[in-house]
Write a protein that binds this ligand. Structure first.
Ligand code: TXA
Ligand code: MG
Length: 319
């Protein structure tokens, strides 16, 4: 029997019993548990095989709940929250003592967002506690953007995936922190740098592990298919060198015909970066199941959500 269900009462019951439910959000599915339950939080780390030094994002239901968990909230965080919450923007803020150290991996800060998904919001509304929820994939694998992706990752070890359809945004939230009051972007994501800068002015992007030791989850290799994957500016030229290989292509807007190409995913025929972002992970999941020798991805225009897509493709292709 499938673990996928739309029984929200059952999800509430499981979460109240210190167990885990995978939940839909507008970005990717999350593996959720009560932040105040030590056993639930330990189960999240164990199921994901995630190192204990990598802190979890906390999901709350309203802006009013923010001061319960975070302190010294900068004015620019308030403005961004008003502009983008509920939505795919996560803040790293100083934590209140009540946030368990296990959730924040011992750090004095906590990552928080309000998801913009009716099912996630209904669930949070019905619970007495916030939910810790990292992306619902085993450590290092492609994040899930459908209930089926999650069920395929955890067929035996997870009680329930709460059905919420395909994730509309399709990649993780953008993460913003503050260093001496100055905003810093730690992870490119569903909200573009340009959109953030409209609200608060210039923001420094410290998206790479080398310059962001403070964002422990930003390991260089991440979001990776099992099939060897390559990123190039010129796909047609790249595949000429591999005539005998079985190749899958991940392309922005137009097809490429070549005898070595066994499958191709066009992320947005209309050349929309938002549509391409929404389709990215599902396309990677599909290509990864085909038994290909290699996946070749096309580099996106390096602006707006194209920057976020390129970031994920770079991590997926890092050796
Ligand atoms: O869109 C999302 O953010 C999804 C959905 C489910 O909400 N969640 C998600 O969680 O992507 P996860 O765990 O896969 O990524 C969270 C990132 C990790 O890189 C983690 O290291 C970082 O946030 N993070 C969490 N707490 C932090 C903190 N206190 N300081 C710095 N980075 C933190
Ligand atoms: Mg993740």
């Amino acid at each position: 029997m499938s673990i996928i269900s739309n029984n929200i009462s059952k999800a509430i019951e499981i979460l109240n019993q210190d167990d885990l439910v995978a939940i839909p959000t507008e970005t990717v599915y999350g593996l959720a548990g009560n932040i105040y339950s030590e056993s639930a939080i330990r189960k999240i780390f164990a199921l994901k095989q995630r190192p204990l030094f990598n802190p979890l994002i906390v999901h709350i239901k309203s802006i009013e709940q923010l001061p319960e968990l975070a302190r010294e909230i900068p004015e620019k965080a308030r403005r961004l929250a008003e502009a983008f919450w509920p939505g795919p923007l996560t803040f790293v803020l100083k934590k209140q003592p009540r946030v368990p150290d296990l959730v924040t991996a011992g750090k004095d800060s906590v990552a928080i967002r309000i998801p913009n998904h009716p099912v996630a919001l209904a669930l949070l509304e019905a619970l007495d506690f916030p939910l810790a929820a990292p992306s619902a994939n085993p450590f290092g694998c492609i994040s899930p953007t459908s209930a089926e992706h999650v069920a395929a990752y955890f067929p035996a070890s997870l009680k329930m995936v709460l059905e919420g359809g395909d994730c509309k945004n399709g990649i993780e939230s953008t993460i913003v922190g503050f260093e001496n009051g100055t905003p810093v972007l730690y992870r490119l994501g569903s909200i573009s740098v340009e959109d953030i800068e409209v609200v608060i002015g210039a923001i420094e992007v410290k998206n790479k592990k080398e310059v962001a030791p403070d964002a422990p989850g930003m390991l260089s290799r991440h979001y990776a298919p099992r099939t060897p994957t390559f990123l190039t500016d010129d796909v047609a030229a790249f595949i000429q060198a591999y005539p005998a290989k079985k190749i899958g292509l991940l392309l922005f807007k137009s097809r490429i015909e070549h005898p070595a190409v066994h499958a191709q995913e066009i992320l947005s025929e209309a050349a929309s970066l938002a549509e391409a972002t929404a389709n990215l992970y599902a396309a990677m999941h599909r290509l990864d199941k085909l038994g290909l020798d290699m996946i070749v991805a096309e580099r996106f225009p390096d602006h707006d959500l194209g920057m976020s897509i390129n970031d994920r493709l770079e991590r997926a292709t890092k050796k």
